[in-house]
Design a protein around this ligand. Structure first.
Ligand code: HSE
Length: 436
């Protein structure tokens, strides 16, 4: 086998990066694989725009069928994103015996099971390293060199847009809306940033990580997902006073026969390595029973890093084709018939430490009533700050708790928010210093 035929669906930013990498490093790739990766067709609705990369003549098409039905194409790279069309194309490619490389975390988190089942029937490889952590090779490590471990936790900063916004809020003391607007002007945040800032993109990624680490199917809709749009400068400043930074953390944890999978703003101690992951960077931290703790750090998005992961996947498939072997590793690392259906632990049953901010009128007995409501709901206070009084206004009272059950915290907050001296809905941010 002298060459492996590649078809590309989607010629946007990441597709352009893939073409650039396949061209620039063609000889290096051939030296490592022992065959050249030949781009035979690129399908996109827009075939006019100059992307600034060299494209072999005659390979651009508006018709995806030319990729899906070309017998000389062995590997299809899906980069169109979204659910329906991408899924249809992938299923058709699998049916036609083509191996799949995709960066589509949303599709895999929601419809992964159907795609993996179709791939299993046809002995097709589905690889998706770029879907989580962009250029960071964490998925291959979980399925490969760390595969002998029982994983206990997997957590990370998985969205560059959120991390960029939180980093700037922390450094500049600025409010969320102001930084988001500026990030959009600079091209760091999408015009419609909902998927990123509301934590949905992060939830897609933790769904994939949890499945890979714990060998279980995850119902995406059941993942608790809270984004960063309600984080304000005041909480970031209080976090600093207590020695914490706020990050959007995705947390996956095996707890007996149940798993935790959740996404929410989280306070982490300033002296923890995860707190130094700033700007658009991503990091993923895993614990395994033999490897102990491993942390990955790198660029979780962007044309070049994402292309690196995609082409790495194509090379892995090409090596197998060259060696005449089928897929050696199932898409989720576990054999298809070994996947479990571990239930997600309800949020009320998780334990965490909590940052609670109350906005209360400064008058006698207020603190006693708040402390009483916490105490009667089994919540123990670790420390607190009350800011100085501003005439006639409410004051922030911040309480850090010891480990507590989330159900107890919610009950206490409901009770406290019913007091007439409370002027705004109380704020809760989880603190993580145990899993890190
Ligand atoms: N939009 C994502 C981020 C990258 O900001 O990290 C793609 O998942």
């Amino acid at each position: 086998m002298k060459e492996v035929g590649i078809g590309l669906l989607g010629f946007g930013t990441i597709g352009t990066g893939v073409v650039k990498l396949l061209t620039k490093n063609a000889s290096l790739i051939e030296e490592k694989v022992g065959a050249s990766l030949r781009l035979r067709k690129i399908a996109d609705l827009d075939i006019e725009t100059d992307r600034g990369v060299e494209v072999p003549p005659g390979i651009l098409t508006r018709n995806a069928d030319e990729v899906l039905n070309d017998p000389k194409i062995s590997v299809v790279i899906e980069l169109i994103g979204g659910y329906k069309t991408a899924k249809d194309f992938i299923l058709r490619a699998i049916e036609n015996g083509k191996h799949i490389v995709t960066a589509n975390k949303a599709l895999l988190a929601v419809h992964g099971e159907e795609i993996y089942a179709a791939a299993a029937r046809k002995r097709i490889e589905v690889r998706y390293e770029a879907a989580v952590g962009g250029g960071i090779p964490v998925l291959s490590a979980i399925k490969g060199n760390m595969a002998a471990n029982n994983f206990g936790t997997v957590l990370g900063i998985l969205n560059g847009t959120c991390n960029y916004i939180l980093t700037r809020m922390t450094k500049e003391g600025a409010d969320f809306a102001e930084v988001l607007k500026n990030a959009q002007e600079l091209g760091y945040a999408e015009a419609d940033p909902t998927f990123d800032i509301e934590g949905i993109d992060t939830a897609h990624k933790i769904a994939i990580l949890v499945s890979l680490c714990f060998g279980t199917r995850v119902v995406f809709e059941n993942i608790y997902t809270e984004g960063i749009s309600s984080i304000s400068a005041i909480d970031i400043n209080f976090a600093k006073e207590f020695g914490f930074k706020i990050k959007l953390l995705a947390i996956g944890k095996l707890d007996g026969e149940r798993v935790e999978a959740r996404v929410h703003p989280t306070m982490i101690p300033l002296d923890y390595p995860m707190a130094d992951v700033d700007g658009v960077f991503n990091a993923i931290r895993l614990t395994g029973d033999f490897v102990d703790t491993v942390m990955f750090y790198g660029r979780g998005a962007g044309m070049d890093p994402t292309a690196s992961a995609i082409v790495g996947d194509v090379m892995a498939i090409a090596r197998n084709l060259k060696a005449g072997i089928g897929r050696r590793i199932a898409p989720l690392g576990f054999l298809d018939n070994q996947l479990k259906n571990l239930p997600l632990k309800p949020m009320d049953e998780i334990t965490s430490k909590y940052y609670l901010r109350f906005s209360a009128l400064d008058k006698p007995g207020v603190l006693g009533k708040i402390a009483g409501a916490l105490g009667s709901n089994n919540i123990s206070i670790e420390s607190m700050i009350q800011s100085s009084r501003m005439a006639g206004e409410s004051v922030p009272i911040v309480i850090m708790t010891h480990s507590a059950l989330e159900g107890d915290i919610r009950r206490a907050l409901k009770e406290i928010d019913g007091f007439d001296f409370i002027k705004e809905k109380s704020k809760l941010i989880r603190i993580e210093d145990a899993l890190l």
